[in-house]
Design a binder for this molecule. Structure first.
Ligand code: AMP
Ligand code: MG
Length: 327
């Protein structure tokens, strides 16, 4: 039984939310949310209210568990990501976004992690008929604008923390998965080509960088069934990660969506997923699946990077840290 390994916070959260560190984080986060909305409105994105539960959610969540529950006799899930639902709604508008709540019961091995929560928010973006490159350049513009505005508005708070946050230059550097893989091997990690690169490698590389950078060209099979294979470079997926510098690690994942129902079914069959839960999704794509691309940016991690905080638990009011019972 894992219950013995679960902790309770030393200081109750209702007291900790009064601390200077948390108060500053919540003020800066308020600005992040406000300026994100203003900038995305300027970029012609429509906000929608994200679904919280549904018959299917993102199964590709790296060892974390989903929450399933009985919904009038059917098995429903709490969203671990709204990717499938973005693909449905992008048929209505050109550009959409949502601040979507995600629940993932992270493995107990992430208990010491300072960047994992079991409940977090993603800023989810999706663009119709656009490529991975369109999403990358739009995201760079969005983030740099956001960083400038938040830095200006919260200048005094950054000074209080003595955080010298540097707004990065556009365009961000781009690395391929192969280059990333070679770095992992040179650090003596024994991984096979196509596997997720260990977090420690990402962190080491991130520490050497002064601005965010992209990782592209992940090999087929390394990621979720919803990413499209690159027709110009077979064997690689049109998917990317954005990594923060200074050791803060992964900021975002995304890519171009597969719309070929036959290919998706094949991939789903090779997983342990119950394909009947995806019926609506496959039906929707068969009727009028639209090409789209997008990504999700973790809000607590964005706050953590801007503030330079070690612990993500200080970047939200009610953090659910892995292996911890808290409010
Ligand atoms: P993923 O779908 O796993 O690539 O997640 C998308 C983004 O959400 C990541 O790039 C992070 O910014 C954020 N994220 C994912 N998992 C967590 C977690 N356990 N705690 C906090 N943020 C997370
Ligand atoms: Mg990811």
């Amino acid at each position: 039984m894992v219950t013995q390994e679960i902790d309770t916070p030393v200081i109750p959260r209702y007291l900790e939310i009064l601390s200077k560190e948390v108060k500053i984080a919540l003020q800066v986060q308020h600005r992040i949310l406000l300026e994100s909305r203003k900038t995305l409105n300027f970029l012609d994105f429509k906000e929608f209210l994200a679904p919280v539960v549904g018959p299917a959610t993102d199964p590709g969540i790296k060892g974390a568990k989903q929450i399933s529950f009985d919904y009038y006799g059917k098995s429903y899930k709490v969203m671990s990501s709204i990717i499938l639902y973005k693909q449905a709604l992008i048929r209505t508008f050109d550009n959409i976004y949502a601040f979507s709540p995600n629940v993932r019961i992270e493995p107990i091995s992430n208990k010491k992690s300072t960047r994992h929560l079991c409940e977090f928010y993603q800023l989810d973006l999706e663009m119709r008929d656009k490529s991975i490159h369109d999403v990358m350049s739009k995201t760079e513009f969005f983030l740099v604008t956001l960083f400038k505005k938040v830095k200006r508005a919260c200048n005094q708070l950054f000074e209080e923390l003595e955080r010298d946050f540097i707004v990065p230059q556009i365009p961000f550097p781009v690395l391929t998965y192969s280059e990333f893989f070679d770095i992992a091997q040179s650090m003596d990690y024994t991984i096979s080509y196509g596997e997720e690169i260990p977090w420690e490698v990402e962190e080491e590389l991130s520490k050497k960088m002064v601005e965010p950078f992209w990782i592209v060209d992940y090999p087929v099979g390394s990621r979720g069934f919803y990413y499209k294979e690159n027709p110009e470079q077979p064997g690689t997926l049109l998917t990317m990660d954005l990594i923060y510098p200074e050791g803060f690690g992964e900021a975002s994942s995304g890519g171009e969506r597969e719309t070929d129902v036959r290919k998706i079914k094949q991939l789903l069959h090779s997983t342990e997923e119950n394909i009947s839960n995806y019926k609506w999704y496959l039906d929707m794509l068969s009727v009028d699946g639209q090409p789209s691309a997008g990504l999700g940016i973790g809000i607590e991690r964005l706050t953590r990077y801007m503030l330079g905080y070690e612990d993500i638990g200080n970047c939200t009011a009610f953090p659910k840290k892995p292996g911890m019972f808290s409010i």
